[in-house]
Design a protein around this ligand. Structure first.
Ligand SMILES: NC(=O)c1ccc[n+]([C@@H]2O[C@H](COP(=O)([O-])OP(=O)(O)OC[C@H]3O[C@@H](n4cnc5c(N)ncnc54)[C@H](O)[C@@H]3O)[C@@H](O)[C@H]2O)c1
Length: 338
């Protein structure tokens, strides 16, 4: 049996806590969060011990695994402390918003013989897996081009959390797309060109990009357009929207975030993503939660992670190059970054 810790019990960290609590291979779950209100609420609701700091938690517990679910710009320090202690770790995407920090995490993990997994849950989405399988069975021949969009409603950077100015649509959303492209094409990005705009959120006091668009050229010869924003109007019937379109020499794939269910109230329409997270009858399912359970299984079995620290580094390098391209207004060769 394993003992698990979660660092950062906010909007997403709570799903790591709930998944660990329902995992039959885990007999103890603890967490830490700097915010006392959150600590008190979770201790009361779930009957588990909450610490204020990472140091307190790892000093007082004998943890086998830890999830890092702190805000995008604050993964490094907590992750480093956990790795230093020799504990295997699941880090929310992005591995870090600083590629040098990503490299330091990987180096330290190697030194301490620690395994890092990164939560890129799109690799578990059954729609993308079906497309990937069709491409891999070789009937779908060579990929010519792809298009991915992933956007959030404006309430996400404005109201859901207070660190949007230290992230961007690329660090928060694009990172998933870049990882998915690597996963589907099994190739690396060779060149990036990107543009972005920084107006609406800036005018509301949050200094970050509204929208960023990138063209990625892959080493398999395919070209991909990736569009990410977090300013969709709040009236959109879902907190996020996304599309994936792939053209191969003989196939055309299209996937949208509408997954077959619409529902309506007197004032709203919703398109629930019922494939994402389910806790029905005390059982966890859905591609948003499976990466957490697979992390536990892979730790126990010693199997290779579906998304590991190197995947985290590669996606962060692409996000870094996209930012550089937007800022410099020119193409970026990935060989200058890797
Ligand atoms: N895999 C996904 O699709 C997905 C979806 C949403 C969010 N996320 C990622 O999860 C991470 C967390 O996002 P969120 O929306 O839950 O943020 P959040 O702001 O709701 O929660 C972060 C929590 O971490 C706590 N915290 C910050 N620094 C800490 C530290 N050093 N020690 C202990 N606690 C600390 C904060 O008090 C807060 O409660 C982000 O990196 C985000 O990108 C991933």
């Amino acid at each position: 049996m394993l003992e698990a810790g979660v660092i950062g019990a906010g909007i997403y960290g709570i799903h790591h806590i709930k998944t660990y609590l329902l995992n039959k291979n885990i007999d103890k779950v603890v967490f830490c969060d700097l915010n006392k209100e959150i600590r008190d609420k979770i201790e009361e609701n779930y009957g588990i011990k909450g610490y204020k700091t990472v140091s307190e938690m790892i000093k007082n517990e004998k943890l086998n695994i830890v999830s890092v679910t702190t805000p995008d710009p604050y993964h490094f320090e907590p992750a480093m402390q956990v790795i230093e202690k020799g504990i295997d770790i699941l880090i929310e995407k992005p591995l870090s918003t600083d590629i040098n920090e990503c490299r330091k995490l990987l180096e330290k993990a190697k030194e301490k013989n620690v395994r890092i997994s990164v939560d890129f849950h799109k690799r578990w989405d059954p729609a993308y897996l079906a497309i990937k399988e069709e491409i891999e069975n070789e009937k779908a021949k060579k990929i010519i081009r792809g298009y991915i969009s992933l956007d959030d409603i404006i309430d996400v950077p404005l109201k859901w959390f207070n660190w949007a100015h230290k992230s961007s649509p690329v660090w928060f959303l694009g990172i998933h797309c870049y990882d998915l492209i690597r996963f589907i094409t099994k190739s690396e990005v060779s060149e990036v060109y990107a543009v972005g705009s920084k107006e609406l959120l800036n005018s509301k006091g949050i200094s970050t990009y509204d929208s960023m668009q990138a063209v990625l050229t892959m080493t398999d010869g395919s070209n991909w357009t990736v569009e990410n924003s977090w300013i969709l109007p709040n009236g959109f019937p879902k907190a996020n929207d996304g599309q994936l379109i792939i053209l191969t020499e003989n196939r055309y794939f299209k996937n949208e975030s509408y997954r077959g269910i619409n529902y309506y109230t007197e004032t709203t329409q919703k398109i629930p993503n019922y494939l994402f997270m389910n806790y029905e009858n005390g059982k966890v399912s859905g591609f948003g939660l499976e990466p957490i359970n697979d992390f536990v299984d892979d730790i126990i079995s010693g199997k290779k992670f579906k998304a590991d620290g190197t995947d985290g580094l590669r996606a962060s390098e692409i996000a870094h190059a996209v930012h550089l391209s937007v800022e410099k207004g020119c193409k970026i060769k990935m060989n200058d970054i890797y």
